[in-house]
Write a protein that binds this ligand. Sequence first.
Ligand code: HEM
Length: 453
Amino acid sequence: MKASPPIGSGLYVTENYLAMAPSQLLLQAYHDMATHNIDDGTGGLDNSITFELDRAEENSDVTAIGVVLATVECGGPVIALRGGRIDASSAGPPGVPTPDQSVDDFIETFRKQGFTQEEMIALVACGHTVGGVHNPDFPTLVPPGDIPFEDNIVLFDGTPQFDNAIVTQYLDGTTGNLLVIGANGNSTLSSDLRVFSSDGNVTMQSLASPENFAATCATLLGRMIDTVPSNVTLTDVIQPLPVKVAGVQLAPGYDDTLVLNLTMRLLSNTARQVTLHWADRGSTTCSSGTCSASPINSTLITTPLVGALGLSPIKYTFSTPIANTSISAFWFEVDGEIENNGGSGYVIEQDRVLFSPDRSVYAGSSFKIVAAVRNDSVPSGVYVEPYQRGGVVTRTASVNLTLNASITPSAGYNFYSGEVFGEDLTFDLFAEIDGTVYEEEFRDTHFIGFGTI
Ligand code: HEM
């Protein structure tokens, strides 16, 4: 499957995950990891939860990214992220503790998952700093709410943020955590009380320091998402790329020139002088003498993650006509220094078939996808392979594009179009020309304008 998120080239989280409450994400990651058995090295964060829940989800690396983002978005620490998890092909054994169990059962469960008793106490505190107990799941603890069709939730601590109020309120006796205080004098479900007090509150007292709480949670949640079956090797910790290029699209404009659109992100804290350069197709030089452009705008990226990392990256947007017939590669000049992707430049692999987002249209439940094919040859086939987002990314049937004479040829290209059903698609675009298949991978439909087909 090609049209999948580029893990490692930057953080990428699907809308599904953004739509999930951070607390649910954290809980789901724990439930997935809880299948790990340290004794035989099986289970771990492998997305086997897909099978356990009988519910479609994304892959296990995306779950890990979700934990990193959810934690930092709630004001928590930055958790180191590695890649390389392998999704399971079947459900794992049950491993999630239930709140009615004894503390000895909890200690044994966490030992199997690879955590000591002290680490268990801290990990539960880190997990239970967000979210709470829900009425439909635990009606004996939480009464139904007043708002129709809305779950009543009693938060574990008095703050929705990722902070150590879960610890301090427990220690000073003001906690409203129902897994500590129980309900109606019944402590059967007081699992947090049994866990937190299991070492005489020594660990909880150490977590009363906000700095220690943040550092401990970063370590333990990092270990939680890195708990994988013993045959899986994770990558080194992923660092933000110093230069990140995205959204590259070469396409015919409307006045017989090609237009190159892309964004480039620098980690720099200050605005720099950034210039885009490119070379003629099949060459490393520029015959027209006008092969450079300045950004059309720059924006400061201010996400909680980059803030917590102490970065203020700047994204530069380029949209420039290309005077040459086409280009082979592009690169940048940043304050006089060349940034050329380690020497190769950013290569435009082919220009025989290009996606034309501007000419494509979204009509509510389907897209008219328009492709540009160079008019110096006749393709034997032009088609898209669409992938529907949402839960598991599923590939839908290929759609053939046919020559569309109503779209005026431009810049040496003819246009082909076809209707692709779906709402939130990515796709790979192909043209077969003289026995060779040319491809534009992982095109996104997000920015296609609304219209009628
Ligand atoms: C002894 C081990 C644990 C027990 C018995 C336990 C029990 C529970 C219970 C009963 C709930 C309420 C669920 C509901 O109302 O639907 C809950 C929620 C939650 N748990 Fe745990 N838990 C444990 C460990 C963990 C760990 C290790 C994490 C993550 C590191 C975690 C993260 C969460 C989160 C984030 C929620 C809130 C979910 C939400 O509000 O949507 N739990 N847990």
